[in-house]
Design a protein around this ligand. Sequence first.
Ligand SMILES: Nc1ncnc2c1ncn2[C@@H]1O[C@H](COP(=O)(O)OP(=O)(O)O)[C@@H](O)[C@H]1O
Ligand SMILES: Nc1ccn([C@H]2C[C@H](O)[C@@H](COP(=O)(O)OP(=O)(O)O)O2)c(=O)n1
Length: 239
Amino acid sequence: MPDSPITIAIDGPSGSGKSSVSKAVARHLGLGYLDTGAMYRALAWWCLERGLDLTDSAAVATAARELPLLMRTDPDAASVAVEGTDVTEAIRETRISTQVSAVATNLDVRAELRRRQRELIEQLRTERGGVVVEGRDITTVVAPDAEHRILVTASEEARLARRAAELHGGTAAEHLAATRDQIVRRDRDDATVSAFFEPADGVTGLDTSELTFEESVRAVLDLVAGRVAPPTPVPQEHR
Ligand SMILES: Nc1ncnc2c1ncn2[C@@H]1O[C@H](COP(=O)(O)OP(=O)(O)O)[C@@H](O)[C@H]1O
Ligand SMILES: Nc1ccn([C@H]2C[C@H](O)[C@@H](COP(=O)(O)OP(=O)(O)O)O2)c(=O)n1
């Protein structure tokens, strides 16, 4: 456990590598791991399970407040359960990936899930010495006071290729086309409620386009250890 609690906040668009890198960093540092995207996905899964229309904002907001969600935050055994059902795999299905933005762009939903995320972060700081928490609005809204704030990015080409390899086992043209909606359209929708393409003031950008997975993990560990200088603040008159 670190001497004093730390929160490492990581944001980024889909396929930038934030989930896999965050989990590896948490494992390496012995911290908790919180995947906030999984919380939005779990809510989408539960709403569909109950036959709710995802465009019915009031009904979905009520579902967010009632959601019986259990996030397991051990990076070696991270899982998500809703009402006692393990949905870790189910929430990764394409039907969820293509519909989750309808839930994630509901502002009442965001308020409720942010409240839960902050509670979990506090709990992990107390009980585990800290947390690596990743999503779209962690560096800016959920945990702007985090000890470390990083925006992981990658070119659209790299993100498409990574997702296509994960989902379809290859980067052939038809795989890339099938993946495009899940990445490009979803990021565009999600970007209407969070800013995750450019690092906010004080947030360090990390472009993983040309890095291997191991290099990305090492780059985050180096930033956290202070081995790489954080970005120089832009003087006021140059902003
Ligand atoms: N340089 C890299 N950094 C991070 N992930 C990479 C890299 N190169 C390839 N990958 C792979 O790309 C995928 C990224 O997926 P994921 O971590 O789920 O991204 P995100 O959470 O941003 O959507 C993983 O399968 C990961 O192993
Ligand atoms: N803090 C967060 C985390 C995720 N979201 C949204 C964005 C996505 O559409 C969904 C699912 O996020 P997730 O990180 O699982 O998606 P990817 O793994 O990057 O494809 O939730 C959000 O709005 N705010």
